[in-house]
Ligand binder design. Structure first.
Ligand SMILES: *Cc1c(COP(=O)(O)O)cnc(C)c1O
Length: 394
C-alpha cells in the first residue's frame, strides 16, 4: 500500500468509525425497506431503526423526536433553516442577523435572501473571533426575524456563547438558529438550556457517514415554522420530503452516541495533543495562534506564520501531513480566509494561515512528527524568503 500522509484535516471531514459502519451494514441489504412503507414488515423494520435513531439524536441535544428533521447534511439544514424561516415569517419582518465568520452554507443563503429584498446584518467579530453580545443586542430591530450564529467555527474552532445569545434572542422574541456542524459530539449542546430554536447538524464531522444531517426545529415555546425547500411526499412532517436514508440515519445516531460517551476523555486527550503541537511550533518564533485561546474546540489549532505563505507550508508538509488553510469549500479559490480577515488580520497574515484539525485517530507520535516537520519546513521557507531570510536583520 502506498504511504499516505497523517490525516490532520478533521474539520473538513472525519474518517468513519468502524463501529458506525458495523451498525449501518444490515440496513443496506437485509433491512432495506422504505421506512414510509406502513403495510408490511420490511417497512416496519426500517421505520423502527429510524425511530430509535431519531430518539438518540433528540436526546443528544435535549430535544424531542418530533423536532428532528433529517436532511442531506448541514448545508441543506442551514438552507432550510434560513430560507425556510424567511419564507414563513416575511410578513412579520425581513431582517436577519448573522456573523462575518460563518460558514458559506449560512452566508450564501443570507446573501441570496438579500437579493430578494431581505436586510442582512453581518456582525463583525472581536480579534479573538467571538461576537460582542452588546453589538448583537444593538443590531436587533422590531423587524428582525432570525439570528444565525454558529456554535463552533470550522476554521479557527472558536465557540460562540450560545446560552447568552439564546437568552438575548428569547428576550427579544427573535428566533435563534445555530450551525452546530463542528460542535455536535465535541461540546455539550442543550437546545432547552441554550434557548436554541433551530440547529443544524451533520454526521461526517463526528466520525459518521457523509450525506446525512439534521435540522432541529423547536415545537414548543415557540412553535417554529419553516417553509419546506424540498417538496414531495410530505416526509418529516412536511418540512423535508424524500425517502429517508435508513443506513445513514442509523450511522449518524451511532456516531453521536459514541462521541457523547467519550466526550470528556476525548476532549482532554485532544487538548493535550494540540498543546504539544503548539508548544513545538511556537519555538520557531513570530508565529500566531488564531482565535480565542480557550473558548475553542480542543482539536483545533489555527496558526499564522510570519514570512511564510500558508499554501507553501501546506505544500511543504504534504508528504507528511494532510492539512489545509481552512474552509475546504473555498480552497478551490485562492483568496485569503474571510474568517481570518474578520479577526482583523492583514491579507498577508491571512494568507499565511494553516489549520490543524486533530481527531479521534491521531496519536501523540503523529503530532510529534508533524510538529518537527512543520518547524523544518517553516525554517527552510523563511531562508528562501528574500524579505525574511538571513541578512535581512532578523
Ligand atoms: C462542514 C460544515 C458545514 C457543511 O456540512 P455538510 O454536511 O458537509 O453539508 C456547514 N457548516 C459548518 C460549520 C461546517 O463545518
Amino acid at each position: 500500500m502506498s504511504h499516505r500522509p497523517i490525516y490532520l484535516d478533521n474539520h473538513a471531514t472525519t474518517p468513519m468509525d468502524e463501529r458506525v459502519l458495523t451498525a449501518m451494514l444490515p440496513y443496506f441489504t437485509e433491512y432495506f425497506g422504505n421506512p414510509a412503507s406502513i403495510s408490511h414488515a420490511y417497512g416496519w423494520e426500517a421505520e423502527a431503526a429510524v425511530k430509535q435513531a431519531r430518539n438518540t439524536l433528540a436526546d443528544a441535544i435535549h430535544a424531542t423526536p418530533e423536532e428532528i428533521v433529517f436532511t442531506s447534511g448541514a448545508t441543506e439544514a442551514n438552507n432550510l433553516a434560513i430560507k425556510g424561516v424567511a419564507e414563513a415569517y416575511f410578513n412579520k419582518g425581513r431582517h436577519i442577523i448573522t456573523v462575518q465568520t460563518e460558514h458559506s452554507a449560512v452566508l450564501d443563503p443570507c446573501r441570496y435572501l438579500q437579493n430578494l429584498g431581505f436586510e442582512i446584518t453581518f456582525l463583525p467579530v472581536q480579534p479573538d473571533g467571538l461576537i460582542d453580545l452588546t453589538e448583537l443586542e444593538k443590531a436587533i430591530r422590531p423587524d428582525t426575524i432570525l439570528v444565525s450564529v454558529m456554535a463552533a467555527n470550522n476554521e479557527i474552532g472558536v465557540l460562540q456563547p450560545l446560552a447568552e445569545i439564546g437568552t438575548i434572542c428569547h428576550e427579544n422574541k427573535v428566533l435563534f438558529h445555530t450551525d452546530a456542524a463542528q460542535a455536535i459530539g465535541k461540546i455539550p449542546l442543550d437546545v432547552q438550556a441554550m434557548n436554541i430554536d433551530l440547529m443544524s447538524l451533520t454526521a461526517h464531522k463526528v466520525y459518521g457517514p457523509k450525506g446525512i444531517g439534521v435540522l432541529y426545529v423547536r415545537r414548543r415555546n415557540p412553535r417554529v415554522k419553516v417553509a419546506p425547500q424540498i417538496q414531495g411526499g410530505g416526509h418529516e412532517r412536511g418540512m423535508r420530503s424524500g425517502t429517508l436514508y435508513t443506513p445513514q440515519i442509523v450511522g449518524f445516531a451511532k456516531a453521536v452516541a459514541l462521541a457523547l460517551e467519550e466526550l470528556e476523555s476525548e476532549s482532554e486527550r485532544l487538548l493535550d495533543l494540540r498543546s504539544h503541537l503548539w508548544t513545538t511550533l511556537s519555538q520557531v518564533g513570530r508565529i500566531y495562534f488564531n482565535g480565542h485561546p480557550t473558548q475553542r474546540l480542543s482539536g483545533n489549532l489555527n496558526i499564522s506564520v510570519e514570512g511564510v505563505d500558508g499554501a507553501a507550508l501546506i505544500l511543504g508538509l504534504q508528504s507528511v501531513a494532510a492539512v489545509s488553510s481552512g474552509s475546504a469549500c473555498s480552497s478551490a479559490t485562492v483568496a485569503p480566509s474571510h474568517v481570518l480577515l474578520a479577526l482583523g488580520h492583514s491579507e498577508s497574515l491571512a494568507y499565511a494561515s494553516i489549520r490543524f484539525g486533530i481527531g479521534r485517530f491521531n496519536t501523540i507520535e503523529e503530532i510529534d512528527k508533524v510538529g518537527k516537520q512543520a518547524i523544518a519546513t517553516i525554517q527552510s521557507l523563511r531562508l528562501g524568503n528574500r524579505e525574511w531570510g538571513v541578512g535581512s536583520g532578523e
